[in-house]
Design a binder for this molecule. Structure first.
Ligand code: UDP
Length: 243
């Protein structure tokens, strides 16, 4: 069992990217179903006020620390986490794995033109990637056609980019209908993959400023981003109480 670190009630996996990919590959090869959540401070703060969402996160097999805020939070709590593991980095590793081992991949989410472009770019960038289908993310969740189509394609790796909390709730509701597979909420990754949203350059990420880069690109997100300082305040409060 890979070790976890508890941050505000959520158990985060404490490993590096190679360790994570190895573990997921093992589960895939044994046909074990796996629900992965890549959680940032916004997700954790949302879970604290939405008990339904909190219990969905508790059902995940793996929660990765996606966001430097989680890594800083774990350190402040005195239980450091090895490294940040983002959904976007993980999907590229999974594409490689698909090409090497033949795992079937399905994309669900984003606008129709975005998902089409994301699929085109992924197939072009990773020769041998076994993309078995894709569908945009603007459908009625009660319309069963989407889940039936996914079931028919039997993906090993299902990437769900509907934004949180919708994507995790969708996986918790429909995942049980699938016989196998790795299911991951990937947020806005398809927008980045399609080139619609630019990812922060490495130097910004190294300086822990990815949040600022995203804010400049999408200023409408400012309200959502208040979750990061609120998260850190919550961590500080716990830390003081513990002393
Ligand atoms: N999205 C979708 N269906 C919806 C709502 C959103 O497919 O009903 C997509 C949206 O087009 C975008 C992603 O979900 O690709 C959400 O991206 P965002 O960056 O807001 O998500 P986060 O990373 O914060 O979860």
């Amino acid at each position: 069992m890979t070790k976890t670190v508890d941050v505000l009630g959520i158990p985060f996996i404490n490993t590096d990217m190679d360790g994570l990919v190895q573990m997921l590959d093992g589960r895939l090869s044994r046909g074990e179903k796996t629900f992965v959540v890549t959680a940032n401070p916004e997700i954790v703060m949302h879970a604290l006020k939405d008990p339904d969402y909190f219990s969905v996160l508790k059902r995940a097999d793996v929660v990765t620390p996606d966001g430097i805020g989680i890594v800083i939070g774990a350190k402040l709590l005195g239980t450091p986490i090895q490294e940040r593991l983002t959904g976007y980095d993980l999907i590229w590793r999974l594409f490689q794995l698909s090409a090497e081992k033949g795992y079937k991949v399905y994309f669900l989410g984003a606008a129709p033109d975005v998902i089409e472009e994301a699929a085109r770019r992924a197939v072009e960038a990773v020769p041998g990637l076994r993309l078995v289908g894709y569908h945009h993310g603007y459908f009625d969740v009660d319309d069963r056609r989407v889940i039936e189509e996914i079931k028919a394609r039997e993906p090993d790796i299902l990437l769900v980019g509907l934004g949180f909390p919708k994507q995790e709730k969708w996986i918790a509701r429909f995942g049980p209908e699938l016989k196998k597979g790795l299911m991951i909420g990937v947020g806005g990754s398809f927008d980045v993959l399609a080139g619609k949203v630019k990812r922060a350059p490495l130097i910004w990420r190294k300086l822990y400023l990815e949040w600022l880069y995203r804010l400049i690109q999408q200023p409408s997100r400012w309200r959502r981003m208040l979750a990061l300082p609120r998260f850190l305040v919550t961590i500080f409060k716990i830390r003081f109480r513990a002393k």
